[in-house]
Design a protein around this ligand. Structure first.
Ligand SMILES: [Zn+2]
Length: 308
């Protein structure tokens, strides 16, 4: 088959320099399983922010890192426990893996369970992440060039999120606390907590925001995610008052401007989380994730595709 200009060719990745020696590694289109990573060049060896879902994609990332630096990755920060960000960790065996304490616990608890959600995906050889260094609130990485901070501001996308903040360059790697062009997802985290965290991220005053999925942007991405989550919280209040289940409410809801976001079925999961919180559950308390995911599939009318 010959490709013509009309054939959509989606590159497997895109490398974007966002500051001197700082790169965003993007995997279009940022939908399910297609996460972003980050590479910060440093005299001690690159700092890597997250890996990728499948062996093939993690190998591709490793190849790109090796083109950028002759030194092995010194530190690998996992922004949270999810497999699309962590299953490739084992291909960077030389690196010290850093994550929030709760993220490390989740990686140990969940193992490779994400693969069973998408049994048809060619995962290759993947392993659950195994952070060697955990932190609770913040840590400054031992870099030689410019400061790199790893910060946790409470439950958001998960119970154990970390952001990577470069105060000198004002670049912020948010992990899945921020989605760009795709629907935010807090089923395993918190609506109220995410809103709090997004406020804290705004106060860092970043110039560049590298989201966990989707295109790079600026601080407007923080507001866009907050706006969506405030909308979810308002919807949930109405839905509870009317006695609707999250799935019934999602089906009755006009997505409005949010219809443009990828993976809109996440609304059902986000509402399930908002309901739990508004009924008094503590932030990021465990919910029946497989059951709610099943309702997301019902809402969508098909199983979402993991394009990794
Ligand atoms: Zn995630």
């Amino acid at each position: 088959m010959t490709l013509t200009a009309l054939d959509p060719v989606v590159p497997l990745h895109e490398l974007r320099q966002v500051a001197e020696g700082v790169h965003a590694y993007l995997q279009p289109d940022g939908g399910w399983c297609l996460n972003n990573a980050g590479i910060v060049l440093d005299g001690n060896g690159p700092v890597l922010v997250d890996t990728a879902a499948t062996e093939a994609r993690a190998r591709q990332l490793r190849g790109v890192v090796r083109e950028l630096s002759a030194k092995p990755v010194s530190i690998l920060v996992n922004t949270h426990s999810h497999g699309d960000h962590t299953f490739g960790n084992h291909l960077f065996g030389e690196a010290t893996v850093v994550a929030h304490r709760r993220a490390a616990e989740e990686m140990a608890d969940h193992g490779l369970s994400l693969t069973s959600l998408w049994p048809d995906t060619d995962w290759g050889h993947v392993e659950a992440g195994f952070p060697r260094v955990v932190f609770d609130d913040r840590m400054t990485l031992p870099t030689s060039t410019s400061p790199v901070e790893v910060l946790h501001f409470g439950p958001g996308h998960t119970a154990g999120d970390a952001v990577v903040w470069l105060p000198g360059q004002r670049v912020l790697f948010t992990g899945d606390l921020v989605f760009s062009g795709a629907t935010p997802f807090v089923l395993m985290g918190s609506v109220a907590g995410s809103l709090r965290v997004l406020d804290r991220l705004r106060s860092l005053d970043p110039l560049v925001v590298v989201p966990g999925h989707g295109p790079v942007g600026g601080p407007e991405l923080l507001e866009a995610n907050a706006e969506y989550l405030r909308w979810v919280a308002r919807l949930a209040r109405g839905g509870i008052a009317e006695g609707l289940t999250p799935l019934q409410l999602a089906r009755a809801t006009d997505l409005g401007p949010h219809a443009e976001l990828l993976d809109s079925e996440r609304l059902v999961g986000n509402l399930a989380r908002a309901y739990a919180e508004q009924r008094g559950a503590r932030l990021a308390a465990p919910l029946d994730v497989p059951a709610v995911f099943g309702e997301m599939v019902d809402y969508r009318g098909s199983h979402p595709h993991c394009a990794a």
